[in-house]
Design a binder for this molecule. Structure first.
Ligand SMILES: Nc1ncnc2c1ncn2[C@@H]1O[C@H](COP(=O)(O)OP(=O)(O)OP(=O)(O)O)[C@@H](O)[C@H]1O
Length: 251
């Protein structure tokens, strides 16, 4: 089973360290949390893992692959998917079309067949729509399949984004504040989905401000403050750690 491993990972902005030599391991089948007060460096870490930012120092590995320099296409091929803090959907397209777009990685028919609407491409599209409908069912959104994504509530749009990431059938799922702006019951239903995804052997790295959500869901938590790793352990141990309490109170 593969694990995401960060070794001595660092990133400077204008000579100042935003992330200063952290290590982390997020194994398959587990939900690993990355928390810390505002400006701790969490998003910078995710942006380095997903190739949006170059690392200043250190290595990023996933299983046997060193993905420190990998671009978006290589990461998708390896099976690394993410959601964003700011929702990025095709707002004119329907919910179903948005989720189908997430299957992109698995399409086997060539562009030529797609362009000319050949039967093979149509068959493939229908098969992808069927698979997308299974995801919609899991997320309780079957009835909204044909609605334009842009007109839906924030909570629904967040769910579409997650379905799109899951449509890639990822081996590693990076969730950047997935329940921001959701109420407790919406967050609760997502927690069940994430647990099921992890149970299937996916490694999940969760970045989240909602402490109750993180504490109830994660197997292991890493805590960042000012770019450094200040604590790690089970939710219980981290919740009682004086360094963590101080970092949050001082923030
Ligand atoms: N593109 C950038 N240019 C300069 N400084 C940046 C850039 N991105 C982030 N920083 C700085 O790096 C530090 C870490 O920011 P980052 O967004 O990673 O923190 P975070 O833990 O994700 O915060 P939040 O919880 O508020 O999203 C901050 O001091 C921030 O100002």
């Amino acid at each position: 089973m593969k694990a995401l491993v960060l070794e001595d990972l660092a990133r400077n902005f204008g000579g100042l360290p935003a992330v200063d030599g952290i290590r982390l391991e997020a194994p398959a089948g587990r939900i690993t949390g990355l928390i810390g007060p505002n400006g701790a460096g969490k998003t910078t870490v995710v942006n380095m893992i997903t190739g949006l930012l170059k690392v200043t120092r250190g290595r990023i590995k996933f299983g046997d692959d060193d993905v420190t320099e990998a671009d978006a296409t290589q990461l998708a091929r390896i099976g690394i998917a993410r959601t964003f803090q700011n929702i990025r959907l095709i707002s004119d397209a329907t919910v179903l079309e948005n989720v189908v777009a997430g299957f992109h990685r698995h399409e086997t028919t060539g562009t030529f067949a797609n362009l000319f609407g050949l039967p093979s491409a149509q068959r493939e599209r229908r098969a992808l729509e069927d698979k997308a409908m299974i995801l919609l069912e899991q997320f309780g959104m079957t009835g909204l399949a044909r609605h334009p994504a842009g007109g839906l509530s924030y909570g629904h749009q967040r769910r579409i984004e997650m379905m799109r990431a899951l449509a890639m059938d990822p081996a590693l799922l990076l969730l950047d504040e997935p329940v921001a702006g959701m109420n407790d019951s919406e967050a609760h239903s997502l927690a069940d989905i994430f647990r099921n995804v992890a149970r299937r052997g996916v490694a999940i790295l969760l970045i989240e401000h909602n402490m109750r959500f993180v504490m109830s869901l994660c197997d292991h938590i890493y805590v960042l403050a000012s770019g450094r790793l200040i604590a790690e352990g089970t939710p219980d141990a981290v919740g009682r750690d004086p360094r963590v309490i101080e970092a949050y109170l001082g923030a």
